[in-house]
Design a protein around this ligand. Sequence first.
Ligand SMILES: Cc1cc2nc3c(=O)[nH]c(=O)nc-3n(C[C@H](O)[C@H](O)[C@H](O)COP(=O)(O)OP(=O)(O)OC[C@H]3O[C@@H](n4cnc5c(N)ncnc54)[C@H](O)[C@@H]3O)c2cc1C
Length: 388
Amino acid sequence: MSSPTSLHLELPALPGELQGLRQEVRRFVAAERASGLLPYPDKIGLGFAPDVSRRIAAQGWIGMTWPKRYGGHERSALERYVVTEELLAAGVPVGAHWISDRQSGPVLLKFGTEAQKQEWLPKIVRAEVAFCIGMSEPDSGSDLASLRTSGTREEGGWRVNGTKLWTTNAHRVHCMIALIRTAKADEKNRQAGLTQVLIPLDSPGVTVRPIKSMVGVEDFNEVNFDHVFVPDSHVVGEPGNGWNQVSAELAYERSGPERWLSTFRLLAELVQALGPKPSDAARVEVGRLLGQLMAVRQISLSIASMLERGKTPTLEASIAKDLGTRLEQEMVRAVRNLVQQEDLWLRGEHAHLRSLLASAQRYAPAFTIRGGTGEILRGVIARGLGLR
Ligand SMILES: Cc1cc2nc3c(=O)[nH]c(=O)nc-3n(C[C@H](O)[C@H](O)[C@H](O)COP(=O)(O)OP(=O)(O)OC[C@H]3O[C@@H](n4cnc5c(N)ncnc54)[C@H](O)[C@@H]3O)c2cc1C
């Protein structure tokens, strides 16, 4: 049995001064909507709108916590949290900068070379480049250490061959941070020999094939590498240290507000459709969902403040993702039940609710798969608590 990691959830109160920032974001969203530049969301999902991302960048809301010397704004993680929360709750399409801001940028900041930071971070901050995450492969999702994309040593770099799968936005972004095997697998330490590399997606030998999901959209891809040359200057961190780096990265991926706010618009639309005098049953159900949302939000906020203090809260982030994504799925079921129970279909005027619910029902299975499945997360939690 591994030694237990202590479970730390410290619940920070959001300082009052953050209210000003929250209002600023709300004013931005209202102005964008009023100008017709930001359509009202009629689907679940992060959307992908580079022009919207550039206007968000112009507000100083990308790379908020990063050092000014890399174009960042040196603001706190809680300030970033408030901005993220407001944009997601309003259904603003943030997909064109989301992964780079949440994950790829912080990876480069933590493990990248000075040259990599100077090259990529200012461009991310201005929403000029975007990244995707190259971890999963055919037959290697949950068991990531079994991945087979390989880097073979050559003069000045690595020759990469293999296939990544389910890579969100690879067909729309500029660069992937890929996890590849650069040393032979060792059965006693399967996580050894993995390395993270930057691969610009216009490199010779890269083929990106979009995959249509059951939602009917092409958001993720299969990405094939056929003898792609990756120079040493594109290795992120130490060769062979990829597993530790990816573990740190996953804490960012698993704990943010996108893990409990994916279906928030659906709840907001429902409340609107129920009107000022909802039935007692509807009142109780909406109250129950909101209560659970607030509990998950506190956990997620606590993790944001731990990340700010340089910790790697792997166990806590797994709890946040497991609870948050299951709640998102439950919300879809609860809203559907209420819509039927309260005869909202018959009233005909709730077009947004109808289209959001239709897309949420098809999207919801993905919530507990992307970023690590529920079963895997519960395994991480059990291991962290010393139970296995
Ligand atoms: C919408 C979406 C976007 C995604 N975007 C990206 C991306 O941008 N980049 C990227 O790298 N990946 C991405 N993924 C892939 C995602 O991370 C994987 O799908 C996920 O990790 C599961 O891997 P898998 O699909 O290979 O399933 P498998 O690992 O084959 O799992 C199948 C089932 O078996 C269960 N299982 C597997 N192993 C165990 C075990 N040891 N104990 C108990 N149960 C187990 C799993 O929980 C699951 O229910 C995305 C996925 C989705 C749905």
